[in-house]
Design a protein around this ligand. Structure first.
Ligand SMILES: NC(=O)c1ccc[n+]([C@@H]2O[C@H](COP(=O)([O-])OP(=O)(O)OC[C@H]3O[C@@H](n4cnc5c(N)ncnc54)[C@H](OP(=O)(O)O)[C@@H]3O)[C@@H](O)[C@H]2O)c1
Length: 243
């Protein structure tokens, strides 16, 4: 069975994606900070009959990342020498809330965003690169339109996603034996989106399983060249082929 590591898998996009992968027979290593919700997630994912390991921790914590890497690459690794087929950098932070103009963003606030959204994915990728290379695997960094647009008050988060995109696409250039994707999932009706728009009705945004997950599944199935992709476009291309 292919093996995927998904960070931030207990709700929102990470949860919807891991459920879709579990249904399709993937073994999973999943993470999030809150242990009870992680335990519930692992239990539900195991109902699909495949190996699921959960590790509670913050991706910005180097000790937690070492634990995750050990589970994936150590002697008890699900697929042994087969390697890691998919690494999904999904866990992310908006930074200090409410979102604020750059003039009001502290350097500590910016550093905290970069630690979760940029430094942590880079460190985890480097630890797991031998396993990814062994499998000819895929690194999937969940990006955002904020990484290419310049929305007021989204500067820290947007800069972090731009940096994540750049690292991911450079990795793709440096390691041609793997695929490296930056994926814009589009707006999604999740806790993060609600936190960015407190008090607003976000009911018109699609759930992760409506556009983002099918787009990602299409990406994983077609494995195009490393690069930056948008879930809505991947899904639209799939629909054209099907019709
Ligand atoms: N929602 C949108 O409209 C939207 C749009 C564009 C891009 N995105 C991107 O899509 C991805 C998923 O977003 P989402 O809206 O699904 O987020 P979400 O609803 O806030 O879910 C985040 C998940 O990550 C975990 N998490 C958060 N911070 C973490 C940390 N420091 N270490 C480990 N786990 C952490 C959370 O669990 P714990 O709280 O227990 O840790 C949860 O499982 C993110 O990369 C986000 O930037 C979202």
């Amino acid at each position: 069975m292919p093996t995927a590591l998904v960070t931030g898998a207990t709700y929102g996009l990470g949860r919807a994606l891991t459920e879709a992968l579990a249904v399709r027979g993937w073994d999973l290593v999943v993470t999030a900070r809150e242990p009870d919700r992680l335990a519930e997630t692992v239990s539900t994912l195991r109902d699909h009959g495949h190996d699921v390991v959960g590790l509670a921790g913050d991706v910005s914590d180097a000790v937690h990342r070492d634990d995750v890497a050990h589970v994936v690459t150590g002697p008890a690794a699900a697929d042994g020498p087969g390697g890691l087929d998919l690494l999904v950098h999904n866990a992310s932070t908006l930074g200090p809330l409410p979102l604020r103009p750059l003039r009001d963003l502290s350097t500590d606030g910016l550093a905290a965003v970069l630690a979760v959204n940029v430094v942590a994915p880079h460190a985890l990728t480097c630890s797991l690169l031998p396993s990814l290379e062994a499998a000819g695997g895929t690194v999937l960094a969940i990006s955002s339109d904020a990484g290419v647009e310049h929305y007021e008050r989204w500067g820290a988060y947007g800069a972090s996603k731009a940096a994540l995109d750049h690292l991911t696409l450079t990795l793709g250039a440096e390691v041609p034996s793997i695929r490296a994707y930056a994926l814009d999932p589009g707006d999604m009706r999740t806790a993060m989106h609600q936190a960015a728009f407190p008090g607003e009705d976000i009911g018109d945004r699609p759930l992760p399983e409506e556009v983002a997950v099918p787009g990602i599944l299409a990406l994983l199935a077609s494995r195009p060249a490393s690069g930056r992709y948008r879930a809505a476009e991947l899904l639209a291309a799939t629909s054209e082929v099907d019709s």
